[in-house]
Design a protein around this ligand. Structure first.
Ligand code: FAD
Length: 515
């Protein structure tokens, strides 16, 4: 049965306009690894679908083959094997994105009156393949139409289907919602091999199940993303705090401002109070040439400092350049940051959103991009973030982690409770992202993995209201605890409805494949 399917897929592999083959290719490949570099699982084959039908055929073939599973692989930027399928089929979703036009995914503008853009709110939509990178959506939207989605991730070489299966957060989330709150419609191939179009009004249960659904309910082959007028430039500012209480009070004030008095982006991170080039002061200044002057820090500043990062969009090139700088300064005037430790720059919108590419280039140069990444991402309720800071950031991580330690707030009311994402209880919660880059001569990877485990145990032991983001658990009991009783019941029911044989996303290790 498997071979028959492969033959059929191979036949479908040569559409006249396809720039990429859509045939299954030999295993022994990138699909056995991911960005985390901690686990590996060899698939039986990698399928390169050209169409949603190819995805459906692969899933139907798996349904007829005992024990066979199917994992959609976006760009493989998971860190714990979530996009892998040991002995199963891996669907290379990049192939689907690139199948109809060499080098660029096919995207389409939908619902624009006369193809024109409207005001600052949603004016139309983009239909994009599930395997498109957000970077590709950005360049296509801005260059071709002067339009862009409102909600991003920090790093854009992630796929639309991959982030929508998790959440998709960045500094815009507090205001515009996460990426799972910025989708109008999905085309999904469910675990029974059916291709369905769903939205908040048509098959809403499937639509919300898939959003944040960890790939469990279907493969996203197309997403309809709301677009707005794209800003031209961004006033980007960083300021420094010695006090975590001041940092969180200001950050929470900023994310609860009314839209007409709010920044477009609020993020922040913890860093080490030292001149360490990776973990310390040199990691704070943004391009512009300003120097970090540690003599401005108050006496008694602790081992860890905090950097709040905000951005204000500008919609014209010139006239409001000065205005944005002034508005930004006025909005920041009440904040309690260390005066003098402020860094600002005016940058293009695309450059701002592409800022992590520079980090990638440097990490590729020094080899840490290809080294393991024992990352830990958590959502921690505002109620417990001060205790978390004391016990974990200033306690266990006071020397830094050789990478960013993001700590910034977002609002639960911007997330639809019908999606599959599991969040803490409180309205304000923080993303805590420990983005470790292993360097030569640094701690052993096992030690870092063990430290992540210790942090999770401390969260549980201290009763912090928290959830793992990109969770990695083993066995039903741990997953049930992650979701909580009611949401776990719903998750299990949805699995039975949309993927009854548990074919999809086996790398999440939630449900065993039905015999
Ligand atoms: P993969 O890792 O390939 O897949 C992730 C999961 O989604 C798997 O279970 C897979 O089976 C499933 N999946 C993939 N495609 C589909 C599809 N089309 N349909 C259904 N299921 C699918 N996340 C943020 O929220 N904000 C950030 O700022 C951010 N920055 C990051 C920076 C870096 C450098 C890295 C490596 C990751 C970052 N992430 C961030 C995490 C990222 O969102 C996750 O790795 C996510 O899984 C997307 O990666 P991917 O597209 O490569 O998906």
């Amino acid at each position: 049965m498997m071979l028959a399917y492969m033959d059929r897929a191979a036949a479908a592999a040569e559409p006249e306009d396809a720039g990429e083959p859509a045939a299954p290719v030999a295993a022994g490949c990138a699909a056995a690894a991911d960005f985390g570099g901690l686990v590996s699982a060899m698939p039986a084959a990698v399928v390169r679908p050209a169409t949603a039908d190819d995805v459906a055929n692969a899933i139907r073939a798996a349904a007829l083959t005992a024990g066979l599973t199917v994992a959609a692989r976006g760009n493989g930027h998971s860190v714990s094997g979530q996009a892998m399928a040991e002995g199963g089929l891996v669907l290379d979703m990049r192939a689907l994105a690139l199948s109809s036009r060499r080098g660029a995914p096919q995207m389409q503008l939908v619902g624009c009156p006369d193809g024109t853009s409207g005001g600052a709110g949603t004016c139309c939509y983009a239909d994009v393949p599930g395997g498109a990178l957000w970077e590709e959506v950005l360049h296509w939207g801005v260059k071709t139409h002067g339009l862009a989605p409102a909600s991003w991730t920090d790093y854009l070489r992630l796929t639309v289907g991959g982030t929508l299966s998790n959440g998709g957060v960045s500094g815009q989330s507090f205001r515009y919602g996460p990426q799972v709150s910025n989708v109008a419609e999905l085309e999904v191939v469910t675990g029974d091999g059916e291709c369905r179009v769903c939205s908040p009004s048509s098959h809403p249960d499937l639509f919300f199940a898939v959003l944040g659904g960890l790939g469990q309910f279907g493969v996203i082959t197309r997403a309809r993303i709301p677009l707005r007028r794209a800003p031209r430039r961004v006033r980007w500012t960083r300021v420094v705090y010695a006090s975590f209480a001041d940092y969180t009070a200001d950050a929470e004030w900023l994310v609860t401002r009314p839209p007409d008095a709010a920044f477009d982006y609020v993020e922040g991170f913890a860093f080490v109070n030292s001149d360490d080039p990776v973990n310390g002061w040199p990691s704070v200044p943004i391009p512009g040439g300003a120097r970090f002057d540690p003599s401005l820090l108050p006496g008694g500043a602790g081992p860890v400092l905090y950097c709040l990062e905000v951005a204000l969009y500008q919609y014209t090139d010139d006239e409001d350049k000065g205005t944005a700088a002034t508005t930004s300064r006025v909005m920041m005037a009440p904040l309690k940051y260390v005066r003098g430790l402020e860094f600002a720059a005016d940058v293009g919108y695309v450059d701002f959103l592409s800022r992590v590419n520079r980090v990638e280039e440097e990490a590729r140069r020094n080899g840490s991009w290809d080294a393991p990444h024992p990352w830990l991402n958590l959502f921690v309720s505002a109620r417990d973030i001060a205790d978390f800071d004391r016990a974990v950031i200033k306690g266990m991580l006071a020397d830094g982690i050789d990478g960013p330690m993001l700590v910034y707030p977002m609002l639960k009311s911007k997330w639809d409770p019908n999606t599959s994402v599991s969040l803490p209880e409180g309205e304000i919660f923080y993303l805590v992202a420990l983005l470790r880059f292993c360097r030569a001569g640094g701690p052993a990877v096992d030690e870092l993995v063990a430290q992540n485990g210790a942090i999770l145990r401390a969260c549980r032991a201290n009763g912090y209201d928290h959830k793992a983001y990109f969770p990695s658990y083993r066995g039903e009991a741990e997953w049930a605890r992650h979701f909580g009783a009611a949401r776990w019941r719903r998750f299990v029911e949805r699995k039975a409805r949309y993927d009854p044989l548990a074919i999809l996303a086996p790398g999440q290790k939630i449900f065993p494949r039905a015999p």
